[in-house]
Ligand binder design. Structure first.
Ligand code: MTE
Length: 428
């Protein structure tokens, strides 16, 4: 697709507040006259009294654990059928196009398992810390909860997020192109606290972190990161971790690739060198054009995506005041700014960051403008506090070639058609 086809929309102005209010007023007036136009049953709409106002609803306690309205049934994790041969070693993606703010609800956090979901009885679970320590520890969940607690909001992105897009645009929806990411508030114990309690020896330079699932997933973690900001978490968004996310405890490695965030954590061994596990030799390496592979590429570089409009969230209201909503993040710290382009990267406009802008957390951005109804090539570009700017896909491929799977943080393009439908494309 050529950028030249979209020059007409390059000068699209930002919508003024005054213009927005006028548009909203116009909408309200037309809705009052022709309620059926917006859908739904006319008898439930003004000036009528709707059916749910004419009888009592269910009482308190009827739903002991709340769940979303039945009208939100399509807001779910989804998989890509052809991607894996089994469900046990597979992935389901977060519906980013349906979410706002920066927190992912627990039931919508993407899942990536290598050996299925371990259903662990916490009474039988122990966390062992051993190796180069003076006092090896074996802790129950209750004992872990007696150590001082920390609460931190962090994103977690699988290194393979956007991996299917390395060779060209493929999947139609940000749920599938970018949905291997979630952001929750973790409660747990700082890993530093536990290593100090165990009496970390000065010869201890690396940790082996291992899960209790059928995959017994294990990775080597350098001691500098372990002592910096890692957490052993047992709560997410205030409640116990969900089994899919590693109940009863998981490792949180802020800003680093998801593979290191070992779920169902059962063992931490302190050693003096990396273990060279399967997950850091055969997998989670990046094959370069030279034939060599990058290894231990832990940090997730700055990245962003427009979540709406997007293929699963087309523009349904026609031209006029339009809200572009998106997410940005960086494993190196805070997001500093995000710009959007309406014309495939020719012109860039600053966005408004709204809500908390936190270290190694998702950041929400908005760009409001008056859409003239012409096709758009929508892009977003994140910059983090280190000054690093998210690259184009072409820049990324020039450096790393076409054979990578992991660490695709290239700029995403959505083609918005005149009818509001959106598709995943790449610009030349
Ligand atoms: N830990 C264990 N024990 N087993 C696993 O399969 N998958 C890893 C990591 N930790 C995995 C694991 C990978 S590849 C990712 S991306 C994240 O967990 C996924 O975490 P989530 O399911 O909470 O999204």
């Amino acid at each position: 697709m050529s950028k030249d086809d979209f020059l007409g929309s390059a000068a699209a102005p930002r919508q003024s507040r005054r213009g927005f209010l006028a548009a909203a007023g116009g909408l309200a007036a037309s809705t009052l006259v022709q309620p059926a136009l917006a859908g739904g049953k006319v008898e439930n709409q003004p000036p009528n009294v709707p059916e749910w106002t004419r009888s009592l609803g269910e009482g308190a306690g009827v739903r002991p654990y709340g769940k979303p309205s039945k009208f939100e049934k399509d807001v779910i994790r989804r998989d890509v059928e052809w991607l894996t041969v089994s469900r046990e070693s597979s992935v389901s993606f977060s519906p980013l196009h349906e979410l706002e703010g920066i927190i992912t609800p627990n039931g919508l956090c993407f899942e990536r398992h290598h050996g299925g979901i371990a259903e662990i009885d916490p009474a039988d679970h122990r966390l062992m810390i051993h190796g180069l320590v003076d006092r090896p520890l074996i802790l129950t969940l209750d004992e872990l909860k007696r150590y001082p607690r920390v609460n931190r909001i962090h994103f977690m992105e699988c290194a393979a997020n956007s991996g299917m897009e390395w060779r060209g645009s493929q999947l139609n929806g940000c749920q599938f192109t970018h949905g291997m990411i979630h952001c929750v508030q973790y409660t747990g114990v700082s890993l530093r606290t536990l290593l100090e309690e165990a009496g970390l020896k000065s010869s201890g330079k690396w940790l082996l972190v291992e899960g209790a699932d059928a995959a017994a997933m294990d990775r080597s973690l350098p001691i500098e990161k372990a002592l910096d900001d890692c957490i052993i978490a047992y709560k997410m968004n205030g409640e116990a971790l969900y089994p899919e996310q590693g109940y009863p405890m998981r490792l949180v490695v802020p800003g680093w690739q998801g593979n290191l965030w070992v779920k169902w954590l059962r063992r931490i061994k302190v050693g003096d060198q990396p273990w060279q596990t399967r997950e850091e030799t055969s997998k989670y390496t990046d094959l370069l054009p030279s034939g060599k592979a990058r290894r231990f590429t832990w940090v997730m570089d700055a990245k962003s995506v427009i979540t709406s409009p997007s293929p699963q969230a087309p523009i349904r209201h026609g031209k006029g005041f339009t809200i572009v909503s998106g997410l940005a993040w960086s494993g190196h710290g805070k997001v500093k700014r995000v710009d959007v382009s309406l014309d495939g990267g020719r012109n860039w406009w600053p966005t408004r960051l709204d809500g908390p802008v936190l270290d190694k957390a998702l950041t929400r951005f908005y760009y409001e403008f008056d859409w003239n109804g012409e096709p758009l090539l929508l892009q977003s570009r994140a910059q983090d506090e280190t000054g690093y700017v998210q690259p184009t896909k072409a820049e990324l491929r020039n450096l790393r070639g076409y054979n990578s799977i992991y660490h695709n943080n290239g700029i995403q393009t959505w083609h918005v058609q005149a009818n509001g439908e959106v598709e995943n494309v790449e610009v030349a």
